[in-house]
Design a protein around this ligand. Structure first.
Ligand code: WQD
Length: 337
């Protein structure tokens, strides 16, 4: 069965394409490569064989071309979006246009071609600074602190309102906590553009000598070691959760929102220390100022996904950091050759 994967050459998208193939689906990638690289397709192919890929911007009407050519698309998983929080503040129009218009364009195609299922890539960022922890799917969404976060909230509402309008569509919005790590084969992984915004790729690049030092943004938070706490989930677990979410829709599941996290929080300093310990690498880091807009602490109540999807993250933080480091060493090796 054909599953359209927008942003399928991206970090989470590529790992999900592999998981879909291994689950017996036929993934079809749609990606414009503005925020991903073509070499990802080679990595995917080395793992699961050739995957059809349409190079196009899914926010444009040309997306319909895929539906005309590919008969009987069974479902869509919508990853395609810009996702850099700081950049979203500088380029709001690009973010609103790309992230929101791609969702509307995709939904119109799904309805027109009677595709019954959509899985949407949302984010725990919609919770802002939670009042109570762990956050459940009932926890209130807070006014987003970034344009990026606002685009995720708007896209969630667009999908939910489309369902409410009686459309012949079933949807699940997956709110990711912090995806980290890479495929254990080191054939695919995270490819940040330029200087990484996210913690773990910055850690691995510092360890590889690509960055001079890691700055830990603030150690005066109200947490045990003063650094912010997040719920870091292995990208392989996240990918497998998308297959579980699709199966849930297929069997008539009616919950529309699911947290995808481990249910455990770790501080920035714990990530650094765990990385040094499991990878046997001393990290050059210092403490700096807080990063504006950062949440102090957030981690998931992951029980709904376990109950409804039968999904529970099974890989440890150590595994994720090791896989991230293995991937970084491969990138470093390829850069040298
Ligand atoms: C984690 C912690 C930083 C870099 C964002 C988005 C979310 C998703 C993931 C898109 C924070 C600290 C980081 C560094 C640091 N985005 N940090 N030094 O901010 O939790 O989530 O990225 O898919 O939607 O909101 O992730 O990895 O940027 O930061 O100290 O060089 O690491 O302050 O406490 P974040 P992150």
């Amino acid at each position: 069965m054909k599953v359209l994967v927008t942003g399928g050459a991206g970090y989470i998208g590529s790992h999900t394409v592999v998981a879909l193939r291994e689950a017996g689906y036929e993934p079809i990638i749609v990606d414009d490569f503005r925020n991903s690289e073509k070499k990802v397709l080679e990595g995917i192919e080395s793992l699961v064989g050739q995957v059809t890929c349409y190079e196009l911007d899914c926010s444009r009407p040309v997306l319909e071309e895929v539906f005309r050519r590919e008969k009987n698309i069974h479902a869509a998983i919508h990853f395609a979006a810009f996702k850099a929080v700081a950049e979203s503040q500088e380029k709001p129009l690009d973010y609103y246009e790309n992230n929101i218009l791609s969702t509307i364009t995709l939904l119109r195609c799904l309805l027109k071609y009677q595709v019954p299922y959509i899985v949407f890539s949302s984010s725990a960022t919609v919770y802002g600074e939670p009042d109570t922890l762990p956050v459940t799917e009932e926890s209130p969404r807070k006014p987003a602190r970034s344009v990026y976060g606002r685009t995720k909230q708007v896209c969630e509402d667009i999908i939910l309102d489309t369902l409410k309008s009686g459309a012949a569509l079933r949807a699940i919005l997956l709110r990711y906590f912090n995806p980290i790590g890479a495929h254990p084969s080191a054939k695919i992984g995270e490819l940040p553009r330029g200087i990484p915004n996210n913690l773990v790729p910055f850690v691995t690049q510092t360890a590889a000598g690509w960055q001079k030092e890691l700055v830990i943004f603030g150690r005066d938070y109200n947490t045990p070691d003063g650094t912010p706490i997040r719920d870091y989930i292995h990208v392989m677990d996240l990918a497998e959760a998308h297959v579980a979410a699709l199966r849930y829709l297929e069997r008539g599941g009616d919950k529309n929102i699911m947290n995808l996290g481990t249910g455990k929080g770790n501080s920035v300093l714990e990530i650094v220390k765990t990385f040094e310990e499991v990878c046997g690498v001393k990290l050059n880091y210092r403490f700096g100022e807080r990063r504006p807009g950062d949440v102090e602490k957030i981690w998931a109540d992951a029980t709904l996904a376990e109950k409804e999807l039968g999904f529970k993250a099974k890989r440890t933080l150590a595994e994720a950091l090791l896989d991230a480091w293995k991937w970084q060493k491969t990138l470093t090796l390829n850069q040298a050759t």
